[in-house]
Design a protein around this ligand. Structure first.
Ligand SMILES: C[S@@+](CC[C@H](N)C(=O)[O-])C[C@H]1O[C@@H](n2cnc3c(N)ncnc32)[C@H](O)[C@@H]1O
Length: 263
C-alpha cells in the first residue's frame, strides 16, 4: 500500500493527528483531494479507507458479533484457548507476537489471560491502539482490555517488560498468498497489503521455539504446510483453521541446536 496519507478534518483532533502523522511518517491532509488509501482520524476513531471498499477498516472490540461471542465464551468452545493450554484455573500469560488487529488477543484476554501484543506494522499498530483506547472507555469490555498491552515492534527484536514472563507464545502470521483471494476476508487482504506476506514467518517460529516458554501455538489455514516444516507436538482443528502446538519438551527433543533462551 503506497501513497497512504493521514487525513483529519476535525479541528479538535488536529494536534493528535500531527503527532500521529509524524510518528507514522505520513503526510497530514486536512481537506480533499485524498489519495486512494487514507488513514482517517475522525471524531470517533482512526480508520483505514481504501479505494474500492465501501466500508472502512477499524478495530471495534464492542461490535455486536464479538459481544455475542463474549456472552457465550468458554474454554471448551474456543479452539484458541485449547491451543494455548488454558484451563479453568490456569490462564497463562501470552505473548501474541503477531498482534494484527488484536482479535485473537482479545479472545484470550476475555478468557482471563494477560496478553502482551507485539505488532510490527506501525499503521496496523496505530489502528489497534485506537481500538484499545475506545474499548477502555466501554464499560462492558474495559476490564478485558486492561489485560491487553500493545507494543509496536518486531517481536524478534523486542525486549519484554521485566515483570512479564510469558508461558505461551502465540503466532498467527499472514496466510500463504495462494489462499483463494476471493475468500480471504477484507481485513486480511488489507493487513497483507499494509504489512506484506510475512516471508520471515519460519524464522519467527524458530525464534519462538528458542524462548523459555511452555508452548508455542501457531494458527494456520486448513491444509497449509507446517511453518518452517516443523512438526508440531499436536494439532487442534477448528472450523476454519488449525492450531499447531509445539510443547517445550518436544522442542528440545526435536532440535538440539535450539537452546532455550530467556527473553
Ligand atoms: C494475520 S495477522 C494477525 C491477525 C491477528 N491474529 C488478529 O486476530 O487480528 C499477522 C500480523 O502479524 C504481524 N507480524 C508478522 N511478523 C511479525 C513480527 N516478527 N513481529 C511483529 N508483528 C509481526 C503482521 O504485521 C500482521 O499484522
Amino acid at each position: 500500500m503506497k501513497n497512504i496519507a493521514l487525513y483529519c478534518a476535525d479541528p479538535k483532533r488536529i494536534r493528535e493527528a500531527e503527532k500521529l502523522a509524524a510518528d507514522l511518517k505520513l503526510n497530514l491532509l486536512t481537506s480533499p483531494p485524498l489519495p486512494a488509501d487514507t488513514l482517517a482520524l475522525t471524531g470517533r476513531r482512526l480508520e483505514l479507507r481504501r479505494s474500492g471498499e465501501s466500508e472502512p477498516i477499524f478495530v471495534d472490540f464492542a461490535n455486536p458479533k464479538l459481544l455475542y461471542r463474549l456472552k457465550h465464551i468458554s474454554i471448551k468452545k474456543e479452539a484458541i484457548a485449547r491451543a494455548v493450554g488454558l484451563k479453568k484455573m490456569k490462564t497463562p500469560p501470552v505473548l501474541d507476537a503477531t498482534a494484527g488487529l488484536g482479535r485473537d488477543s482479545f479472545i484470550l484476554a476475555a478468557l482471563g489471560c494477560r496478553v502482551i501484543m507485539v505488532e510490527r506494522s506501525p499503521i496496523i499498530a496505530a489502528l489497534l491502539a485506537d481500538g484499545l483506547l475506545r474499548a477502555a472507555a466501554t464499560a462492558r469490555i474495559a476490564s478485558i482490555c486492561r489485560r491487553m498491552t500493545l507494543y509496536q515492534a518486531d517481536s524478534r527484536f523486542f525486549s519484554l517488560p521485566p515483570d512479564f514472563r510469558p508461558g505461551v507464545i502465540y503466532l498467527d502470521p499472514m496466510y500463504p498468498a495462494r489462499s483463494k483471494s476471493a475468500m480471504v476476508k477484507k481485513e486480511m487482504r488489507c493487513l497483507r497489503d499494509i504489512a506484506g506476506d510475512d516471508p520471515d514467518s519460519g524464522a519467527l517460529l524458530d525464534w519462538a521455539l528458542a524462548r523459555k516458554v511452555n508452548r508455542v501455538a501457531v494458527k494456520r489455514p486448513k491444509g497449509a504446510k507446517n511453518l518452517a516444516d516443523r512438526q508440531p507436538s499436536f494439532v487442534i482443528k477448528s472450523r476454519k483453521h488449525r492450531f499447531d502446538v509445539y510443547l517445550a519438551v518436544h522442542q528440545t527433543a526435536m532440535d538440539d541446536n535450539l537452546k532455550a533462551l530467556e527473553f
